[in-house]
Design a protein around this ligand. Sequence first.
Ligand code: C6P
Length: 392
Amino acid sequence: MERVYLDNNATTMVDPLVTEAMQPFFTQMYGNPNSLHSFGTEVHPYMGIALDRLYAGINASDEDDIIITSCASEGNNNVIKSVYFDCFMNHRKMQMITSAIEHPSVSQVYLFLEKLGVDVKWLPVNSQGIIDPEELKAAIDPDRTALVSIMWANNETGLINPVKEYAEICHENGVKLHIDGVQAVGKIPVDMQDVRADYLTFSAHKFHGPKGVGGLYVRKNANLIPLLHGGEQMGGLRAGTVDTPYMIGMGLAMELAVKNIEYENKEVRRLRNKLEDALLDIDDVEVIGERSLRTPNTILASFRGVEGEAFLWDLNQKGVAASTGSACSSESLESNPTFVAMDIGSDLSHTGMRFSLSRYTTEDEIDYAIDAVKTSVKRLREISSTGDKGYI
Ligand code: C6P
């Protein structure tokens, strides 16, 4: 076996049907969809199909908006800054609530807003790694809270938050709810008529679509101030020529992801559990978060006495791609946000390694990965007493 890709929470392989569907829009139907000639207008029906697929994929109502973005980071920035601009312009309440385990495209925006004087409340996770709805209830001040941002599923652990309960709490208190749905779409059912949040972000490359395109769902009457001004595209909510091949690719990727949800929850879950059982067989390995509370493809395991960089290097030498946390923080030597929030191994004696599968992961790959991890952990523990780092 040459290479095994177990980093699907960082990004996924594009489904070949998706790449095929995108091709005509690079070299044949390449008109600007805002042009009035046939090169522009001939693309419209395909964009309509893509939008329909996105609406169906998250069960959005026709009255709601889905804005095509360049990525989920853009969507997250847009929602939070939009609510900030709105409060600023209307001299309104300025408290916002988020959690200790958000992706940097949420947490870093809130850290920035704190510098501008916004009162940000950071909700902790409970012993199961979940944000307790009671904590949210207690933190909301109906007179001051303008926005709550909490992720649906965590990118490191896969732990699924009770977003439906958050939506009910926010609704009762007249507070807007923003959900980062990046790690939920394609892994678990996402139904925006059931979960009455105001905003949801997602990113095509997490569900076998292309990188560089995402979606921002905005419930009717939720209001959105654009991040990008300068054009009437997306009903004036996001300026800039829409990347038609990528939007069309994302639409098909969404449809295929939803069709594969059952496979994801049966077969991918089975392979994930097989890997997880094997990891738990190794001494001093723990998996973060109860299995039944996680997305079906994800494991964050803590390996005691194994140095993270050496482990990653060793696995990579064996052709196994995993990650010590989210890809965009991979250059930081700090502990994973989840480890910090859950107070695990703050002395860095525990390495967190994330293994994330996809519908393309095979049983042979899992068997190979199990052997590779076992050999690597054994080797690194043997040499750790010598002070050698275990890699060149
Ligand atoms: N997480 C990971 O390795 P973009 O790249 O902008 O489309 O998605 C950002 C993003 C937002 N929210 C969550 C929950 C995410 O997991 C991500 C991307 C990757 O965990 C890359 S940092």
